[in-house]
Design a protein around this ligand. Structure first.
Ligand code: NAP
Length: 302
């Protein structure tokens, strides 16, 4: 059996086209566009490349976008004042503070200072609570889990009544995706088990899964014999396992591997996501969707 590939790169293009069309329509009808600000403190190269990619995508979609980069020495007080400024700015609908922040700044304090109605990352306790309640309460599902759910639904995988096993219980992937899939409603209604390092028999749980979502950060953790034939396997793991020279650019690039032994798993699974090119591209896409939705909430369109 060869699994169908669920390609995040293709689904991303579909969703971005939908967002772009909606932005155009809202601009024509209401004269406003979604506004996104990224706040970065310091010059961590990975963080710089993340915010640059987010802003580039926002710009291409016709959003108002601000890349607000602050020096490493910025005080907590100044950063809180900056967040407050964007909380009060009516043209900004999404505020994203890029993590990690320098050690002298309390991350929790800063994230909790973002207006929950502009918290497009979905990490504010108010939005975590809204996600837990589910249904129409949900405003901003966190971006990576939202991307995972979108991939499952768009691939045509049935979630209702499915046995879902989530490997990993982090606040950014494991817990929210488990929560989202057990809600009552379309693209959910699953029976969900969450496993972690203290789980007694990881293999036995994985073997039951109709949908297996792996977010552990351990390369090749899930063995092919743990996969139920025909299951949908979503590999969230992104692990750097070495370096190679890019054929395109001639520069050194990281060799990335997921948490699942892809080559063997694809012969057993019904659907599988590749790494790279699977879940990865969905995160920024869903950030854009959350920012558009923030404007739509404000305009009473949702
Ligand atoms: P995390 O905060 O490190 O959490 C990892 C989770 O996996 C923990 O709950 C841990 O259990 C569990 N775990 C680790 N080793 C395990 C093992 N041997 N058996 C069972 N459970 C195990 O990681 P994260 O932030 O959720 O990220 C997970 C992976 O997804 C990483 O590779 C990350 O790079 C990737 N990721 C990708 C995207 C994207 O593509 N857009 C976004 C986010 C994350 P304990 O709680 O017991 O320690």
């Amino acid at each position: 059996m060869t699994a169908k590939l669920i390609k995040g790169t293709e689904i991303r293009e579909e969703i971005l086209k939908e967002i772009e069309a909606e932005v155009k329509r809202i601009q024509e009808e209401r004269g406003v566009v979604p506004g996104l600000v990224t706040i970065l403190v310091g010059e961590n190269p990975a963080s710089v490349s993340y915010v640059t990619a987010k802003i580039k995508t926002a710009k291409a979609l016709g959003f108002k976008e601000i890349q607000d980069n602050q020096p490493e020495t910025t005080s907590e007080e100044d950063l809180l004042a900056l967040v407050d400024k964007y909380n009060k700015d009516d043209t900004i609908h999404g505020i994203l503070v890029q993590l990690p922040l320098p050690k002298h700044i309390d991350e929790k304090k800063v994230l909790n200072a973002i207006d929950p109605d502009k918290d497009v990352d979905g990490f504010h306790p108010v939005n975590v609570g809204r996600l837990m309640i589910g249904g129409s309460e949900v405003k901003f599902p966190p971006c990576t889990p939202a991307g995972i759910q979108e991939m499952i639904v768009r691939a045509g995988v049935e979630t209702s009544g499915a046995e879902v096993v989530v490997v990993g219980r982090s606040n950014i992937v494991g817990k929210p995706i488990a929560n989202m899939l057990l809600q009552k409603g379309p693209g959910a209604n699953a029976t969900v088990t969450v496993v972690h390092t203290r789980t007694k028999d990881l293999a036995a749980h994985c073997k039951r899964a109709d949908i297996l979502i792996v977010a552990a950060g351990v390369p090749g953790l899930v063995k092919p014999e743990w996969i139920k034939p025909g299951a949908c396997v979503i590999d969230v793991g992104v692990n750097r396992v070495g370096e190679k020279i890019s054929e395109k650019t001639g520069k050194k690039i990281a060799i990335l591997k997921g948490d699942v032994d892809f080559d063997a798993a694809k012969e057993i699974a019904g659907w599988i996501t590749p790494v790279p090119g699977g879940v990865g591209p969905m995160t920024i896409t869903m950030l854009m969707k959350n920012t558009l939705n923030s404007l739509k909430f404000k305009l009473g369109l949702m």
